[in-house]
Structure formats: C-alpha cells, structure tokens
Design a protein around this ligand. Sequence first.
Ligand code: SF4
Length: 387
Amino acid sequence: MPSIVYYGSPRQARLEWKETLPAKLDLILEKLNLRERVKNETVALKMHVGNGVGYSTVHPVFVRRVVKAIKEGGGKPFIADVNWDVSGAETRGYTAEVLGCPIYPAAGPDEKYFYTYHRPYKNIQDWKLAGMIQDASFLVNFAHVKGHPSCGFGAAFKNLALGCMAGETRGAMHDTVQHDEYWFPEYCPDDETRQRIMAACPFEALVEDKQRPGYLHLHPEQCNACGRCLKIAPPGSLKIDALNFHSFQEACAISTAIALSTFEPGKVTHLSLATQMTPVCDCFGFTSMPILPDEGIFGSDDIVAIDRAVLDKTMNLRLIEENMPTSMEVHTRQGHPFRWLHGPLKDPYIVTEYGEALGLGSRDYELVDVLPVEKFERAGMAYIPAN
Ligand code: SF4
C-alpha cells in the first residue's frame, strides 16, 4: 500500500486567501489529524531557523499555524534547532512571542545535552542524539526544501539527520566522505604534478592534506565531479568516487533512523515547504536567488515518501540558471535539477533509497492534492482597439 503524501500547490485559481499556501498548510494539518494526535504530548517542532541574514527559511506565518494547531489539540510545543542557529534566531523573526512557543537549542546551549547511540559506520562509532529531541514524545519535522552542497538537496531527511544530532556528530557525519581512500600517492610521487592537479580544480576542492604530507584532501562540498583534475592526475592516483560522496547520504539516513527510533509509532509527522529554493543550505547564513520555481507544501507521516514526492514534483522544473551564483557551473543535464547544480555524484534521490533500506518508509506513495487548482474555460476574445 503506498504512503500518502498531502500536497498544496503554490498556484491559485482565485485571488483569495483560502487558496494560499498557509491555508493549504491548514488543510494538510487537518488531513494529518495533527490536533487529534498531540493531546498531552510534548511536541518537538524541528525547524531549521537559518543563520545570519537568511530570509528564505520557513516563514513565521507557517510556523505559528502549526504551533497553534498543536496547542489547540492539547499538546505542548517547542521549537528545536542546533544551538548556533537558535542563537540569533530573533534577528530573522523567530521569537516565542511571534511563534507562540519557546525555541530551544536541541542539544543545549553548549551542545552538551545528548544521548549516545553506539552504531559503527565508517569513522563514526557513537551518535550523539540531541536531548531535547529524545525527551519529546511527539515530533513534527518541518523542513525547508533547498539545494545542498554535500548531498544535492536538503529537506525532511536532512532537517532531522543533522539538526537532531549534537555538534560532534554533525562534524563526523560530514567527515564520512573522507573515510574511503581516494588519493594514492605511490602513483604520483612528484610534488609538481600534485600542484598541477590541485590547480586544475576551478572550485578549490582539492588542497594539501594538512595532516598527511604528500596527500591531497578533497572537499566534496565544492566538487561537482567535473573531472578536470583527473585529466592531470596519473592513472590510479586519484579517485572522484560515488563511494565517498554517497557516504554523507547514508550517514543522514542512519542519523534519521536513530532520531526516529525514540518515538512510538504514529508519533511523528513531516512537513516540507518547497518555496524560495536556494542553491545551498540555510546554515550558510544568507539567502541566494531561488534556483527553482516554487512548488508548494507537502505533508506526510512517511519521511521517505515525502522527500521522494518533493523530488518528483521538482524533477521537471526549470533550473533558473540566470539565478545561479556565477562561481557554480552546470555540466550535466541528466536527472534532477539539484544534480545539475551540484554534480552527478550528488543525486538527491540517494538518501530516500538508504532510508527505505533502513525501513524508515516507502518510496511508493500517493500524492493527494488538498486543493487542486481550478482551471477556467473561457470563450475566445474579441479585439478591442485601444483608441
Ligand atoms: S572533479 Fe572537478 S570539481 Fe571535483 S576536485 Fe576535480 S576538478 Fe575539482
């Protein structure tokens, strides 16, 4: 049986408030029976409240409606995010007064409040789950959809995977991409060639490894797999490999599985807002021009299905290349536009495959439009001269 994903289009037939995205969010919350499910629950509303001067995160108008619904249902909501995003959130309009509930750093103000889960994966042995997430009895995961330099895109998985872990684990998750060896110095012993390999990268993704003299260090976030370095590198010396790039997405799926495992069945739901989709994550501390047209709002109890539905709905949108930072380039036009933007080794669908393999949900879903946009039939126009 397919999972249900509720959907509200950003488009309107009539210029009336009840056809807007906040109104469609209300309809989605009703379909998800949120009010009926949160009575007496302590509800963590996991947000990404952004950083710096970012203004494209989920607008307080949406957040307040979710908080209101939780309170009307008898739940006790609080908003949680990582400490360095919560600190200064008021400068972006996120305050308890505006939103209707407190905003807490998920792992405490010093990232020292966490529960440890032992689960070896590459460089990670122990995962440090934020205490405020584990202590909640119900989770609303409200994500902003955008591009991401590590994995192509960030939405429901990404919001939990990084945002529910303490800082040490977040750092280790980014380091998973370094775990499998990609530089083999025995095939490139001379320094001059090494320098030429690094110089070939237009994105400064290859640098000297400070820990290991003679080694190269790859920053996958900056690498779009253009292959320029491989034209210089002697055979066998350098690998630009999916194994490294996909590690981050697998780590995101594992992290999410740990966070979700602390909630009883039926005590989690997910919302994703696909508007103002910027090239990179909201943690960058600024808002760039949107690189995809707005695609609306989604809600589901299935995290795999909701990310899959978001990707499918945005798959055929036009990448707004004129809005791309000029430091980025498109060299593949296959697959999802986020893949065009960040390179073929950052296929945004991968995280849903890992998530499904871990039993977190289903890629088989049914999309239910909560308010289909009405189409109008009109008779042909007559010609009226202007003078
Ligand atoms: S593949 Fe391209 S972007 Fe990646 S390190 Fe090599 S030159 Fe840089």
